[in-house]
Design a protein around this ligand. Structure first.
Ligand SMILES: C[C@H](OP(=O)(O)OC[C@@H](O)[C@@H](O)[C@@H](O)Cn1c2nc(=O)[nH]c(=O)c-2cc2ccc(O)cc21)C(=O)N[C@@H](CCC(=O)N[C@@H](CCC(=O)O)C(=O)O)C(=O)O
Length: 144
């Protein structure tokens, strides 16, 4: 079921601007960070029910994606993490393609396999994990 409702742009100007450019260009502009590909995750706000859109680094394997709640290695999870925990039905736009996914948080061996893929796609993730006690959560998104 596609996500619908009132879109609330991120208060992070950088993120909101990147979403705006990404979407208004049909996924042809604003699609990288530091030369690495970026995707847009759409979630439903756990408290407000508003539509939230979050740029994330692109980590893809066999049609599934990882969503890494790194927040640059901050001590706290990003807020969007709680949205996905509350409602696993999400959307992800990768360039011009946008589809519906079900997200599940991975742990143990499965997380270790995906974490390698995440770091291969975006090496700074390893630095983020090294700088915080917090275990950076990883969701795997599988196509509906
Ligand atoms: C600023 C805050 O954003 P956040 O959800 O904590 O996410 C912080 C960052 O992760 C987010 O800005 C990411 O886009 C940053 N970011 C990445 N962040 C990552 O964590 N991982 C990445 O790989 C990543 C890549 C990336 C690439 C490009 C770029 O421009 C940004 C990138 C925010 O939106 N807060 C809102 C609330 C948002 C929200 O979802 N509220 C919920 C409440 C949720 C709750 O509290 O339970 C609701 O509406 O109900 C507010 O304060 O009003």
């Amino acid at each position: 079921m596609p996500i619908s409702g009132t879109y609330a742009p991120s208060p992070s100007a950088r993120a909101a601007k990147q979403v705006e450019l990404y979407e208004s260009s049909g996924g042809t502009k604003g699609t990288t960070l530091g030369g690495r590909p970026v995707v847009i995750l759409t979630t439903v706000g756990a408290k407000t029910g508003k539509v939230r859109k979050t740029p994330l680094m692109r980590v893809e394997h066999d049609g599934a994606y990882a969503a890494v709640a790194s927040l640059g290695g901050a001590p706290k999870h990003p807020v969007w993490y709680y949205n996905v925990r509350a409602d696993s039905d999400v959307e992800l736009q990768d360039g011009p393609e946008k589809h519906e996914y079900v997200a599940r948080e991975v742990t143990g061996d499965e997380k270790a396999i995906w974490w390698e893929r995440c770091v291969a796609a975006y090496p700074p993730y390893a630095d983020y994990q090294a700088r915080t006690e917090r275990q950076i959560p990883v969701f795997v998104l599988e196509r509906v």
